[in-house]
Design a protein around this ligand. Structure first.
Ligand code: NAD
Length: 282
């Protein structure tokens, strides 16, 4: 039976370090890091994330400012608000809560955040640094996955790593981070499934990370014996939250596995806070 990779546990020691960092920055007279979250409309899932960001910041001594707009704000209006945050010396990190209403283009908006204030590490300049293996800011969910892998103690050097999902915030940055550690990395996506090849890729993964958003897409019986399995997916099914991996079967084969909820999620918000502290330090 697999060992559970508990995100809350792993987050705890990182949070202890961050709390100490923030305290000593305050003692040096530098004040508290301030994270501004730009949110539009009233998405219920976003409201949950916003509450958990607020609580995490509060816990660490970081100041969290929620800047909310109605759904009628235009792209130009939001760009101007972001420019205002860029020049505000009292704000050290900026993020845009997604999803945004359809008339707003998050990909373009992120490009207006000053790279030095980009809390989620998704500005093209920061992603470019990540590509070159130089970035100190990484997208929080990808960073959370790397922390969980580190915690498992499994060496990545030369391992077959398979990432399912190629989004700009999870799959793609994660594949770069795995490459940096010399894992032999394959990225699968919708076309892999449509070509009927997903199962074969999953079956040879020594490190498997699934970030798709489809309940139990990856069957437990596909998992290689002894694999490390990180399930990033968050799906509502049958009145509960489940991941993208068929957990009950997968845990019989994997050596390590993340639960959903309680795996990647709790660490993601901690990584966002870590980015905020890093940006504050400059
Ligand atoms: P996204 O929606 O931007 O992209 C989905 C990816 O899955 C794409 O690469 C797509 O090609 C691929 N895909 C879709 N159907 C597929 C299939 N049948 N087979 C193989 N690949 C398929 O994804 P995202 O924003 O990275 O989010 C993915 C999941 O991770 C969602 O459930 C999201 O809620 C969750 N998520 C969790 C956290 C966390 O902190 N735990 C953070 C971010 C996202």
């Amino acid at each position: 039976m697999a060992i559970l990779l508990d995100g809350k546990n792993v987050a705890q020691s990182i949070k202890d370090g961050l709390r100490r960092d923030v305290l000593s920055l305050k003692k040096e007279g530098r004040g508290a890091p301030v994270l501004a979250c730009v949110a539009v409309g009233k998405d219920p899932a976003s409201a949950v994330y916003i509450r958990s960001q607020d609580a995490a910041a509060r816990d660490l001594g970081i100041e969290y400012r929620l800047i909310s707009f109605g759904e009628d704000i235009t792209q130009e209006g939001l760009v101007s608000e972001i420019r205002g945050l860029n020049t505000d010396k009292g704000i050290h990190a900026v993020m845009i809560q997604s999803p945004l209403p359809k008339h707003l283009d998050i990909g373009k908006l992120v490009g207006f955040i000053l790279p030095a204030k980009d809390a989620e590490g998704i500005h093209p300049e920061n992603l470019g640094r990540l590509f070159l293996g130089q970035g100190k800011i990484a997208p929080p969910t990808a960073a959370a996955c790397m922390e969980l892998l580190r915690h498992s103690g499994v060496k990545l050097f030369g391992k077959e790593a398979v990432v399912v999902g190629h989004s700009n915030i999870v799959g793609k940055p994660l594949s770069l981070m795995l490459l940096k550690e010399f894992a032999t990395t394959t990225v699968c996506h919708i076309a892999t499934s449509e070509a009927g090849k997903l199962r074969d890729h999953v079956a040879r993964a020594e490190i498997l990370i699934v970030a798709v958003g489809q309940a139990q897409l990856v069957k437990g019986s596909w998992i290689k014996e002894g694999a490390v399995v990180l399930d990033v997916g968050i799906n509502r099914a049958g009145g509960r939250i489940v991941g993208d991996v068929e957990f009950d079967e997968a845990q019989k084969r994997a050596a390590y596995i993340t639960p959903v909820p309680g795996g990647v999620g709790p660490l993601t918000v901690t990584m966002l806070m870590r980015n905020t502290v890093e940006l504050f330090k400059g």
